[in-house]
Design a protein around this ligand. Structure first.
Ligand code: PMP
Ligand code: G9A
Length: 419
């Protein structure tokens, strides 16, 4: 009945697109390719020994509870520990405001599920985390992207855009914000802009969904409080994860929001997966309770900070002068903009790059309107130190050859994120 499937798929499913990141992941795992593509933590950053020890102890001491279904909200001790840790970031919350989720990706899906009617609008940065956009689009929301510079979203443009959408009767539900070590752009919003974004949300009575998987991974400069820390009226839904500070394979993340919102998200989660893996929640809890987390994060930061520097040095050394890139202070990515001849298409460049055994994510997937063709995202945390300059050199050559083909190209005089 194969030919029937297409008409049986829901309208929602018919418009779903495969993720470039996930598809590339399959490809680069099969070949001997230096990958700057997927946002993968480095295996060296996994605390294998600690996890092994914890797993054995959990099975010896708590097997009945840890191998059982658990509450949809998450196990209480973990919710408490998360609330304590969040207080250190300036987010004061009760455990009942914490919902444990199966990776922060699930938080984005649940938020879309409970807030978006067909054609409801989500305001996101241009570019934005690809799988966040997919979550919003898969519930038939409409995404409007607003520009960024090297300090994140341009708040004056954001305000104008929201104002214009309102005037035309558009129904905006929330702003999707990635203020710290943005995926994919790598940049960070200063406190002033965070507060301005919150003010805009207040003025237009919108929610903010703050997606914050990377803020513990700062290699340069000083911490900036999350937007949620300035929220005194339950306007910000905050999500973070153990994926980058423990391991993504555990699939444990969390949401912090007003209790009425966490309750609705919990009900939505009941229909999604009943509960997040109880065993993995015990592991995450013990990882925090035993203090391993605070000993381990500095090691991850050292490893990734070094890799970031190696990549920045290599870009400076090998990349054509016409290419611009962002200089992150943390996280896992940086963003490159190539001169735009109206012809530059990093999807085409990727084909040749793969032949030369180097991979990246083409910029286009981080936009809903087809722009970003002259851009690419590079991950610096997963490759081995020694592979980074080799991969950058290979990529530089591919880019140079591509640019040489375009007889005339105009140089981008905007910030490196400009398209
Ligand atoms: N949000 C952002 C910005 C991400 O980069 C990622 C993972 N790369 C996620 C959410 C999802 O992470 P996880 O589900 O592993 O917590
Ligand atoms: O493997 C994934 O999908 C998680 C990484 C996300 C990213 O590369 O942005």
């Amino acid at each position: 009945m194969g030919d029937r499937y297409q008409e049986l798929f829901s309208h929602r499913a018919q418009q779903m697109k495969a993720s470039d990141i996930r598809e590339l992941l399959k490809l680069v795992q099969q070949h001997d390719i230096i990958s700057f593509a997927g946002g993968l933590p480095n295996p060296q950053a996994f605390p294998n020994e600690e996890i092994k020890k914890i797993a054995v102890d959990v099975l010896e001491n708590d097997a009945f509870a840890a191998l059982q279904y658990g509450p949809t909200e998450g196990i209480k001790p973990l919710r408490q520990k998360i609330a304590e840790r969040m207080a250190k970031k300036g987010i004061n919350c009760e455990d009942m405001e914490v919902l444990v989720v199966t990776g922060s990706q699930q938080a984005l899906d649940l938020v879309a599920k409970v807030f978006l009617n067909r054609k409801d609008i989500v305001i996101a940065s241009a570019p934005s985390y690809l799988a966040g956009l997919s979550a919003f689009l898969s519930y038939e929301g409409k995404v409007e992207q607003t520009p960024m510079d090297s300090q994140g979203v341009l708040t004056d443009v954001l305000r104008e855009r929201i104002h214009a959408i309102h005037r035309h009767g558009g129904n905006i539900k929330f702003i999707y914000a990635l203020p710290t070590f943005h995926n994919p752009a790598g940049v960070t919003m200063p406190e002033k802009r965070r507060k301005e974004m919150l003010d805009i949300a207040k003025d237009y009575d919108l929610l903010i969904v703050e997606d914050d998987p990377y803020s513990e991974l700062r290699y340069v400069g000083n911490d900036i409080k999350p937007i949620k820390a300035f929220d005194d009226e339950g306007r910000v839904i905050y999500t973070s994860t153990f994926s980058k500070i423990l391991t993504p394979g555990l699939r444990v993340g969390w949401v912090i929001a007003d209790p009425e919102i966490t309750r609705k998200l919990t009900i939505a989660k009941q229909a999604t997966d009943l509960c997040t893996s109880t065993f993995n929640q015990y592991i995450a809890y013990e990882y925090m309770a035993r203090g391993y987390i605070d000993k381990h994060i500095p090691k991850i930061k050292e490893l990734y900070g070094r890799k970031m520097k190696i990549m920045l040095d290599a870009l400076k050394k090998y990349f054509p002068k016409a290419v611009k890139w962002t200089e992150p202070e943390g996280g896992m990515f940086l963003w490159c903009s190539l001169p735009d001849a109206g012809k530059t298409d990093t999807r085409e460049i990727l084909k040749e790059a793969l032949v030369q055994k180097v991979a990246f994510v083409p910029g286009n997937g981080f936009y809903v309107d087809g722009s970003g063709k002259n851009c690419m995202r590079l991950n610096f945390t997963h490759p081995r130190d020694e592979d980074i300059p080799v991969g950058v050199k290979r990529l530089a050559k591919v880019i140079e050859e591509e640019l040489a083909k375009a007889k005339e190209y105009k140089f981008l005089d905007t910030a490196p994120i400009g398209v």
